[in-house]
Design a protein around this ligand. Sequence first.
Ligand SMILES: [Zn+2]
Ligand SMILES: [Zn+2]
Length: 370
Amino acid sequence: MRAIAVTPSAKKVCIIDQPEPNISSPTDVKLRMIEAGVCGTDREICAFEYGTPPAGSEELVIGHESLGEVVEVGAKVTRVKVGDLVVPMVRRPCPHDYCPACRSGRQDFCFTGDFTERGIKQRHGFMAQFVVDDEQYMNPVPNEMRDVAVLVEPLTIAEKALIQVWDVQRRLPWTCPVIPGKAQANCHRAVVLGAGPVGLLGAMALVMNDFDTYVYAREPIPNPKATVLEMIGAKYRSAETHSLESLAAEVGNIDLVYEATGASRLAFDMAKYLGTNGIFIFTGVPGRKGPVEVDTDLMMRNLVLKNQVIFGTVNAGRDAFEASIRDVGIFSKRWPEAVSSLITGRFPMDSYQDLLVGRSRGIKNVIQLN
Ligand SMILES: [Zn+2]
Ligand SMILES: [Zn+2]
């Protein structure tokens, strides 16, 4: 079968020929892969910034945002059946008995760092024609979501963040008045930094919860991302025409910031404007570009005097995958045009060079695998 792989030792990205994987345990599931999304992580792996092949292999098959169809199941599989569409999870547990996270199926909170990740760290990914894995990592998706299910994995970032937001904010009286037809965050205001796929999907999740949602990003209007945000009722503010200060003045008390750029300078500048009882979520992974100046006195004063919380979040557990499947379904019923315009192109496997190492363009590009 064909698969898209990097060879870090030779700094090569190419299509390789691999033996088709076979079911080897009674709980294994075999998937015929339909498509995989391309994201910044894949592009960074293809620039050899990270990405580790499995032990004994020079090559790493990449891809972690995917959709597959079950074509074969082991004798003891109960979670899925042949013909089901599934989105597989990405991270696999570390082997250590003393890691309570991995031992309870929460490898997204692995303590040891010895987890593996399909398509990223020591395990082949999903940009291949077939994949075999244990049923516990499979998330079934309704058939009518076939065209949009590739967005499930990238939305899990926001879903895991929101699960934690509700948990953390439960420590204070943060609940909004119950208003018929309005969701639970109807009294709160959120700012999203960045309008890439993570930012746009995060904005959709926030709007769905009735946060008054602003997205702050570089490009001037008009642009396709601002158009998507307008369709869903979020407000786009460009850094070219709005300072963070004017954004903060417009929003009022900023209850939540969802950082989705990986730009640490911008994020720490924004943190100054986080409101009373506010929560700030980091999702980006910046490259190390050297220190920048931060007003630590102001930041510490705000954290203390305004009861603020800052947290980072990575990867996702089953709860976030299930929430994501539910919400991609809701988004595509509520905003069909906005959701379909997130997927800016579907390309054959042979276009991998252009998509993975060429100039980044569009919003979410997808590689068809079969
Ligand atoms: Zn990704
Ligand atoms: Zn672990």
